[in-house]
Design a binder for this molecule. Structure first.
Ligand code: APR
Length: 280
């Protein structure tokens, strides 16, 4: 539904505000969720057409995955590779998907020197495919395998996955680097993300329902440092309001599609700081 005159002006004002906040920032970070990848054809989880919304059985199975790996790594891998159950090698399929204008806009903000880091919940690797270099994979990535015992990570392409389970150099079974429900967030990732929440002066949050913890605690952590001045400006870009909007943790929400809004924000930023554009 195209926004009406008044709404269009309001949207315009919010996009210009976001561009001004980003252009004036010293340390902006981006937080992303499944919503930034839906325009690439990867379904989100809790939106109207989300995987969990449309297939509660798959969600229930997803809650068993971590336990299954701990109990029987071979059975875990047979399921993950789609041999059994409903996962239908989802992880292998999303490796073939291409980024959309939302991903490219975030990469552009990094190349302009504005965005210092992107912290994503997405396991699809689309930020890197769009050219973003500094990425924290808060929920892991389908591009890697990880050892729960020694913490090592390996590119999945180093393993044929014919012999299951794949083994780490320390001899222990490897799992997907993806963090499953009930699985603890690796401490290196958690610490790095929290350090950014305590350091950033702008937090741009894109395409997440902000209901999954501990990731959803990062905005409140940043908010605890206050507003304006030495505080932080928190901006949401999402198709619908979230608890961050309702609880006033974010300063404002730009409601709509990230693939449409973020490129407009970048256009405004380059107008505001053409010198950055020339340098990038
Ligand atoms: N542009 C903007 N927002 C969008 C778009 C879009 N193109 N498409 C969907 N959205 C919004 C949805 O309305 C929803 O509010 O993005 C949000 C996606 O929320 P979720 O589906 O809950 O995804 P996410 O927040 O990333 O989930 C967190 O939960 O299932 C686990 O591990 C999984 O990392 C995931 C975590």
């Amino acid at each position: 539904m195209k926004p009406k005159g008044g709404d269009r002006d309001h949207m315009r004002d919010l996009i210009e505000q976001a561009a001004a906040d980003l252009a004036a920032s010293n340390h902006a970070v981006v937080l992303t969720g499944a919503g930034v990848s839906t325009e690439s054809g990867v379904a989100d989880f809790r939106g109207p057409k989300g995987i969990w919304t449309t297939n509660p059985k798959a969600e229930a199975q997803a809650y068993q995955r971590y336990e299954r790996f701990l109990d029987d790594p071979r059975a875990y891998w047979e399921e993950m590779l789609g041999a059994v159950g409903t996962s239908s090698n989802f992880y292998q399929q999303i490796r073939k998907v291409a980024p959309n204008p939302g991903h490219y806009a975030i990469a552009r903000l990094e190349h302009l020197g504005i965005v210092k880091l992107t912290i994503t919940q997405n396991v699809d690797g689309l930020h890197e495919k769009a050219g973003t270099r500094n990425v924290i994979h808060y929920h892991g990535t389908v591009e890697k395998l990880r050892c729960l015992s020694c913490g090592s990570r390996f590119s999945i392409d180093e393993y044929s996955l014919e012999r299951l389970p794949p083994l780490c150099r320390c001899g222990r079974p490897l799992k997907y680097d993806v963090v499953h429900f009930e699985e603890p967030i690796p401490s290196d990732v958690m610490d790095a993300a929290e350090a950014e929440a305590m350091k950033c002066d702008v937090m741009l949050i894109c395409g997440t329902s902000a209901v999954v913890y501990p990731f959803a605690a990062l905005p409140a952590m940043a908010r605890s440092r206050g507003r304006g001045g030495s505080g932080v400006k928190i901006i949401e870009v999402n198709a619908e309001p979230t608890p961050l909007t309702h609880q006033g943790i974010s300063d404002y929400l730009i409601q709509g599609k990230t693939g449409e809004i973020l490129p407009l924000v970048v256009d405004e930023v380059t107008k505001l700081s053409p010198e950055r554009d020339k340098r990038s």
